[in-house]
Ligand binder design. Sequence first.
Ligand code: HXC
Ligand code: NAP
Length: 284
Amino acid sequence: MFKEDLLKDKTIIVTGGGTGLGKSMAARFGELGANLVIASRREQVIQDAADELRKTGTDVLGLTCDVRDPESVQGMVDAAKKQFGKIDVLLNNAAGNFISPTENLSANGFKAIVDIVLNGTFNCTHAVGKEMINDGGGSILNIVTTYAWTGSGYVVPSAAAKAGVLAITRSLAVEWAKYGIRSNAIAPGPFPTKGAWSRLAPPGLGIEKKMKNRIPLKRFGEHIELANLASYLLSDEAGYINGEVVTIDGGEWLKGAGQFNELERMPKMAWKAMDAMRKKSKKR
Ligand code: HXC
Ligand code: NAP
């Protein structure tokens, strides 16, 4: 659906780019001509992913980086600049999450998630943003969730942190536009990944089935669908999109929001009976 060189010569940093959705998005950016920097904490995971992506002919730098640590983030930025000269795009994708009744959380449990998701996004945005300002612009894309605006029980640290990331996205869309930097976000619904599923949908509880049933399109997202959306949003073709959050969830969150959506369960017979009653009462 895109020109083959849509992202040619763009250098894109993908945090958490060694696994799951980050890796899938990175692979698509590479196919479209980008140079890649993928970074996360686990050396082996990142190097294996970088080797795999290189096989497709993409120029890939795999780096260990802990987004919670500003020094580590600066090291990633310096290495990316050294290798590719400039950074065009930052994809803040790294995250941590788990399900827990909020009353059972420890202060450190809350902090663990907020440190990765909110502080990590700030650290990367701050360090890369300063380079983009010096270099004349760029594009920042943040991966949030639909519960960034609805909130959600049992994932309070993640909901609070993702809401903060959305606020950063919208704030900088205005503040940094003068430097030629666009800030946008994507809010994915459920997309199967080992990282998310192992923590949020443990087998045996029927969570996966319930999740799928809640989605109006009755299926989970496919990685390529998210990767194509991300490719468009960070490309120059989306040059006038700034401060937007694009939902890609098969209609999931709206289904929970619409007061009458549960009527989907009402059988056709019941609708027919209701209609007959309405017509009968009109005749009187
Ligand atoms: C309660 C928990 C917990 C759990 C950890 N903690 N897991 N508390 N329930 N299930 C607590 C610990 O007891 C500890 O507090 C504190 O959190 C830190 O734990 P550590 O294991 O030391 O943390 P750390 O090594 O930093 O690991 C972070 C992590 C881990 C988030 C806990 O799972 C991780 O590395 N995750 C990275 C990848 C990830 O989560 N991917 C999923 C993204 S999916 P105490 O007080 O004991 O010290 C996503 C999707 C959203 O975001 C939407 C889906 C539809
Ligand atoms: P994932 O594979 O677990 O991805 C999380 C990544 O973050 C991992 O590669 C992890 O690598 C990295 N990471 C964690 N802590 C880090 C740190 N301190 N520093 C650097 N990197 C760190 O899960 P995923 O499902 O692909 O999630 C990717 C993104 O999509 C996340 O932002 C998530 O919130 C979002 N999302 C996912 C879904 C879904 O259904 N899958 C839905 C909505 C939103 P290391 O462990 O090597 O550091």
